[in-house]
Design a protein around this ligand. Sequence first.
Ligand SMILES: *Cc1c(COP(=O)(O)O)cnc(C)c1O
Length: 396
Amino acid sequence: MYGKIKEHLQKKLQSIREAGLYKNERLIISPQDAVIRLSTGKEALNFCANNYLGLSNHPALIQAATEALQSHGYGMSSVRFICGTTDLHKTLEQKIADFFGTEDTILYAACFDANGGIFEPLFTEEDAIISDSLNHASIIDGVRLCKAKRFRYNNADMQDLEAQLILAKDARFKIIVTDGVFSMDGNVAPLDQINILAKKYDALIMVDECHSAGVVGDTGRGVTELFNIRGEVDIITGTLGKAFGGALGGFTTGRKEVIELLRQRSRPYLFSNSLPPAVVNAGIKMFAMMAETSELQDKLHQNTRYFMSEMLAAGFDIKPSKSAICAVMLYDAKLSQDFAARLLDEGIFVIGFYYPVVAQGQARIRVQLSAAHTHAHLEKAVAAFTKVGKSLAIIK
Ligand SMILES: *Cc1c(COP(=O)(O)O)cnc(C)c1O
């Protein structure tokens, strides 16, 4: 009987609307790219996609996907361990391990699944998971599915991490878990210091590289490259849904025994469908491109530096960032929404974020740079920010 819950759901939806927290989805009718077309017919410069390397609509990946559709068909109709593993899946797993300098890789349908399926097979109530307070929702959910004791430290706060490691000292195994780049501020986890503490307190390290893989480090190998500790992190999770082409797919890469056990016991891997060959082959092509050249990273880093320095020069309050995320601080929730709406009128597509997505009184516009942005795109964005910033009296 749907009757009673229907009214309950309607009330709940109404309260979400009244709180101003209702998420409306804008319709895009073009491919994902630096320039997108909205269903209103309007074109906009896109500064809110995770399309960091501009690969979402890249001809070489479209071709690789098309070739695999022809050679390996459309769907796998199976989980990996029954009949869902092709030569392509094994090649992609190897390419990911080569990229990160790790021993082995396991693919998932998404990084949400990689994070959801990592803890429960490895840890029990005898163990401790020590997690950054700003870690992604999928890590939080993954930790909940596991019986290990939970410890939380304030974002990137190494004193607090050490305090939590001391509290967790009696655990059989300990693991420190952190995002590589935190998506709302664009700050990087201080992995050099985390590594020192992990050694001191005999803890493993897991890094979620979703926003850092392909982006951070001179050649885009992520935070382990930035801190020069490639191969030292035990577990890395990541996505093919951001810098790496933007379609879908997640992975866990790291120590070989860990990966081997995940193939036996990780529930999202065992009980969810295998990635389609088209996506897998585009992934293989993408990693081949990464192995050849880091020109996309060079372009992205150049774009990011330029945008940030121009925004600072214009007088905006922006968070220090080592990623391709630039948080333009406005503090006031309504202001962030007005600002974003006016930018869209100027042809710049960005999103204003406010509580509870970020802390109370910390509303902002998050700008995401891409290697697909041209210099003219960046100039247009800075000019639009400056125009709107002046008209709203944010800058002089
Ligand atoms: C995007 C993201 C995920 C989820 O990745 P999907 O492959 O889209 O499921 C997990 N962790 C972090 C830190 C992310 O930013």
